[in-house]
Design a protein around this ligand. Structure first.
Ligand SMILES: NC(=O)c1ccc[n+]([C@@H]2O[C@H](COP(=O)([O-])OP(=O)(O)OC[C@H]3O[C@@H](n4cnc5c(N)ncnc54)[C@H](OP(=O)(O)O)[C@@H]3O)[C@@H](O)[C@H]2O)c1
Length: 340
């Protein structure tokens, strides 16, 4: 065991840093080379050492995202992996065990959630993660760590798409492809919250749920071609790509906006959109503790919910990836890493 130094603040109103007993090594899931889900295996790894303004968090739960699986396969952000074995994962919820300075807003013992170092190192499939202070926020009090771990990357993506890029507002008509997935279920809720008229695609088993989240119209993508029943929308949020993209251009009003989310899934989107008289952009999520704090308030108020589809133990990360890769997750899949 290694004991990090105890520093006690003397100024009034400044909380003392708690004594944290932090081990040298931790339990983690790693992969030694790109491959199928079964390259993921348990190992021990050094507990990361926070640098300067970083916060060290004891991870209680880690959310899984498609980028984790793409990276494990050798795509995604695998180019940013400097050496193997690598610990996957960007989403976490847990408890601060080391803060950068005495009056830091995230003092030891604070429940927090966030996105670890995206798109660089990640590493949340582990008992501890070191993260920049700007990448996290206080965990919503009404959510368990398992629920909170399902929020950061997907909700920040949805926020970036719906609020910062589409500027959702009253009366705006937004079509969201894959409204039932991790990003989609937040996108539907944010768009409806800001007054947009939401049409979502997904399969029949998720239709009534997507309506509860705020979709006015739901189209079963397994039975109905959306471009035969939708027209004149202002914005398409495309969480699928390729074929869905080309057909989306037919349902957007002239001058409307097409947003392609799965990176690289449709290389020619900009040319095709321009030829159709439609604005187009791709999008890439960034860790943003400020936006996450706003999202936390929406979650605590009950205006927005996170849906956790499946929970796996950390040791079952390979099975969790295999399920994710089937592509039918409703909401989120989360790994339980340790006890609260
Ligand atoms: N660029 C970025 O910054 C960024 C950030 C986050 C995510 N992404 C990407 O965005 C994509 C979506 O991410 P996610 O986390 O939301 O994925 P996800 O949770 O795995 O999405 C699964 C959902 O997609 C639905 N779906 C699959 N094919 C569909 C189709 N053709 N039409 C309608 N719904 C369909 C499934 O519904 P059914 O079971 O009914 O088929 C399922 O509910 C991924 O490619 C991810 O890598 C990019």
């Amino acid at each position: 065991m290694r004991f990090r130094p105890l520093r006690t603040a003397s100024a009034p109103g400044i909380e003392a840093l708690a004594v944290s007993e932090i081990p040298e090594r931790m339990r983690a899931v790693v992969f030694d080379a790109p491959g199928a889900p079964d390259v993921l295996h348990e190992a021990t790894a050094p507990v990361p050492s926070p640098v300067l303004s970083e916060v060290l968090v004891r991870v209680v739960a880690a959310g899984i995202n498609p980028i984790d699986a793409k990276t494990r396969q050798g795509a995604g952000v695998s180019g940013a992996i400097s050496s193997y074995p690598a610990i996957p994962g960007f989403d976490f919820s847990g408890v601060v065990v080391h803060s950068p300075y005495e009056s830091h807003p995230f003092a030891p013992g604070t429940p927090v959630f966030g996105m670890a170092s995206f798109p660089r190192s990640g590493g949340t499939y582990a008992e501890y993660v070191a993260v920049p202070s700007l990448s996290l926020a206080r965990k919503p009090a009404s959510l368990s760590h398992v629920e909170a771990a399902g929020v950061p990357l997907a909700a920040l993506t949805a926020w970036g798409l719906i609020v910062e890029t589409a500027h959702a507002h009253e009366g705006q008509r937004i079509l969201i492809h894959a409204g039932s997935g991790g990003v989609g279920h937040f996108a539907v809720q944010f768009a409806a919250y800001f007054g947009a008229h939401v049409t979502a695609t997904g399969s029949a088993r998720n239709a009534s749920w997507m309506r509860e989240l705020g979709a006015s119209v739901v189209i079963d993508h397994t039975t109905t071609r959306f471009d035969e029943v939708v027209n004149d929308v202002d914005v398409v949020i495309d969480l699928v790509g390729a074929d869905t993209g080309t057909r989306s251009l037919r349902v957007i009003r002239p001058g409307g906006l097409y947003i392609l989310v799965p990176t690289g899934s449709w290389p020619d989107y900009a040319t095709a959109a321009s030829a159709a008289g439609i604005r187009a952009t791709s999008y890439k999520v960034v860790p943003d503790g400020g936006a996450l704090a706003t999202i936390a308030r929406l979650l605590d108020s009950g205006a927005v919910q996170v849906y956790v589809d499946r929970v796996f133990d950390l040791s079952d990360a390979a099975e969790a990836h295999a399920v994710l890769e089937e592509g039918h997750t409703r909401g989120k899949i989360v790994l339980r890493v340790s006890d609260d």
